[in-house]
Design a protein around this ligand. Structure first.
Ligand code: MGP
Length: 214
């Protein structure tokens, strides 16, 4: 019997030979080949514990780990605390490697973010899925304008969870609408759900930040 295509082979006693190509689907322990991601992604975490301010912001950010393969992504995802279990005021940030999850980074400086708030009392158990779908869309390069994507943030607040998607430029209305519509689709949100896009950067005193509704 030919067993070369036996994708269920999880025989841990049969290590891969040096020149064989064994993926995690053939042998979940002794695989030799991983499935590369198009970009390397870095997970960051912060929990300021109290209200964050723009001076202390950077110090609170902790770089956790970078991932450049599908297998590494799941290894991390399956071993970190799920969003609904995080402390109030904490955030996960998943950004392309080399981009710090802050407005000041050159890649974000001229950009902005889409954000959606989910009331905590209605979303406690589904926020994990919303976040997972957001990050799978990012790392799977699902957006038509994937080069525009900087990263995503999920925030745990007292009354709500918030998912934000950060993009590079805040000045192209067509791109903003396209990414916004796709984000809603990937999250299977009703088309009439209000999602805001806000350019980064402080609004001048007395002025409201410019917002686009998608
Ligand atoms: P936030 O957590 O993005 O907003 O920023 P939220 O959840 O509306 O506010 P909260 O007070 O309910 O937590 C909170 C604060 O963190 C901002 O007002 C800034 O002072 C600081 N901050 C947030 N970000 C994303 C940045 C950043 O990129 N750079 C700097 N310097 N400060 C930031």
């Amino acid at each position: 019997m030919d067993t070369t295509n036996n994708t269920n082979n999880t025989n841990e006693d049969a290590p891969a030979t040096i020149d064989s190509v064994t993926t995690v689907f053939h042998d979940r322990i002794n695989y030799t080949v991983k499935h590369p991601l198009q970009n390397t992604w870095t997970l960051w975490f912060d929990n300021p514990g109290k209200k964050a301010n723009s001076q202390s912001w950077s110090q609170n950010l902790k770089e956790v780990v970078s991932m450049d393969a599908v297998e590494d992504f799941w290894g991390v995802y399956n071993n970190i605390v799920k969003v609904d279990r995080l402390d109030t005021s904490s955030n996960y940030h998943l950004f392309k490697k080399g981009i710090r999850p802050e407005w000041e980074d050159a890649a974000n400086a001229n950009g902005g973010k889409f954000s959606i708030q989910f009331p905590r009392n209605k979303t406690a158990d589904t926020i994990n899925n919303y976040w997972l779908h957001t990050i799978l869309a990012m790392i799977g390069e699902q957006f038509t304008h994937e080069d525009q994507i900087c990263g995503g943030v999920v925030s745990v607040r007292k009354m709500f969870f918030r998912i934000a998607l950060w993009i590079k430029s805040a000045d192209n209305e067509e791109i903003i609408q396209s990414i916004g519509r796709q984000l809603k689709q990937f999250l299977e949100m009703p088309a009439n759900l209000r999602m805001e896009f806000t350019p980064h950067g402080e609004a001048a005193p007395g002025e409201k930040p410019i917002r686009t509704t998608i």
